[in-house]
Design a protein around this ligand. Structure first.
Ligand code: SF4
Ligand code: SF4
Length: 382
């Protein structure tokens, strides 16, 4: 699906362009397809901007006398697929770096900043044989991690442990996103046995009353979640990406809530505490705890990595657009019928990729037009 051109076969008369999947912030360069981030310099950005606007042959690029260490840069850019031949159809590209498998649909909480609080999902569990099929479909790929979520609480799942055993057999790491309420000590011990890349808890406040209000859950759930995080920090050490607490709900007190959470939990073990930009989930929830975005149709945008590097599979085996597609309305295919490669290079995936990456104007009505993740600027100076 994704090809790294061999430097040996480069033709000086072949025209090259900056890959559609490349963007930058100051001198930090991102490649959505390879999921690589490199720190460059101002000349790197000049070169990328120039070749994004106007592709050139290597022969012509060699005459750019204002770019220092040009040979070195070109070799690196080609190896990193920052530059690609103009003839390459990039809209066929897809690499699943992250995979969300919706193992259960429902959640036990009703967080005010989550669409589950206004339109709760009905019950639903992915059958084990379909889960195994999903893993078989992923053979030959090397995702950074698999998650068990699409707004469902993975610990509700009756097959939770069996699924992790299947991941372990295939050496696929799990990123566990949970509210922790159902994470009993024996579950923590099971997780400590391996195969976990990171654990991310949704825990918006250390204050019991505030937590109960934000999560819309009773006090005993607060106590269970808090104990689960404490026990987890004491028991599970050295995860590749650690144990994280996400502090949701965009309010004036968000930073202070995060500070208090950090102060408390750091006494139990190493923990990362992050304030989270709670957003409207592309318009699925609107209130004063979330940020709301909207863009205009008919314009050209600068990308969103979900469509080139992330895969989302529903409890029924449907491949849908992304984590922001709460109701899973944008269906790209079905793993029971087709391979992942075939789904993610199919006509709808290609069209959406082209619209998100500015090769075509975005059709009005697209979910992306309500989403904060849709980039408006490709090379950001600030
Ligand atoms: S934010 Fe997470 S824990 Fe809260 S309701 Fe949504 S899915 Fe459940
Ligand atoms: S822009 Fe938003 S809605 Fe569109 S694919 Fe990206 S994350 Fe999903």
């Amino acid at each position: 699906m994704f090809r790294n051109p061999a430097i040996d076969h480069i033709q000086m008369e072949t025209e090259y362009k900056t890959s559609a999947f490349v963007h930058s912030w100051q001198t930090v360069i991102f490649n959505d397809l390879t999921n690589r981030i490199v720190v460059g310099d101002e000349d790197d950005i000049t070169l990328l901007k120039r070749l994004a606007e106007s592709p050139k042959t290597l022969h012509d690029i060699a005459s750019f006398s204002d770019i220092k260490r040009l040979d070195e840069k070109l070799k690196f850019f080609l190896l990193e697929n920052l530059l690609v031949p103009v003839s390459q159809d990039e809209m066929l590209s897809f690499v699943p770096h992250r995979v969300d498998i919706e193992t259960v649909r429902q959640c036990n909480a009703r967080c005010q900043f989550c669409p589950q609080s206004v339109s709760p999902k009905s019950r639903g569990v992915m059958p084990l044989d379909l889960f195994s099929l999903a893993l078989t479909r992923l053979e030959g790929t090397t995702p950074d991690w698999i998650a068990f979520n699409h707004y469902g609480e993975p610990l509700i799942d009756p097959f939770f442990r069996r699924r992790i055993e299947l991941l372990r057999e295939r050496k696929l790491p799990l990123a566990l996103f949970t509210n922790g309420i159902l994470m009993k000590d024996d579950v923590v011990d099971f997780l400590a046995a391996g195969g976990i890349k990171k654990i991310v808890f949704n825990f918006p406040s250390l204050e019991q009353t505030e937590w109960c209000e934000l999560m819309q859950m009773p006090e005993q759930s607060y106590r269970k979640a808090r104990h689960a995080i404490e026990f987890c920090l004491k028991t599970i050490r050295h995860l590749p990406e650690g144990i994280v607490i996400s502090v949701n709900a965009v309010t004036d007190t968000q930073e202070m809530r995060a500070h208090k959470i950090k102060e408390h939990f750091m006494t139990f073990g190493e923990v990362q505490v992050r304030t989270v930009f709670s957003d409207s989930r592309a318009g699925s929830i609107q209130n004063n705890l979330v940020r709301i975005n909207s863009h205009s149709g008919g314009q050209r945008y600068s990308g969103c990595d979900r469509i080139v590097s992330q895969l989302h599979i529903s409890t029924e085996g449907k491949v849908y657009l992304c984590c922001q597609d709460y109701d899973q309305n944008v269906v790209l295919g079905d793993i029971r019928q087709e391979s992942i490669s075939s789904i993610m290079t199919g006509p709808l995936a290609r069209q959406l990729r082209a619209e998100m990456y500015g090769l075509a104007p975005m059709e009005s009505g697209r979910i992306c037009l309500n989403c904060h993740a849709l980039r408006q600027t490709r090379f950001l100076d600030q």
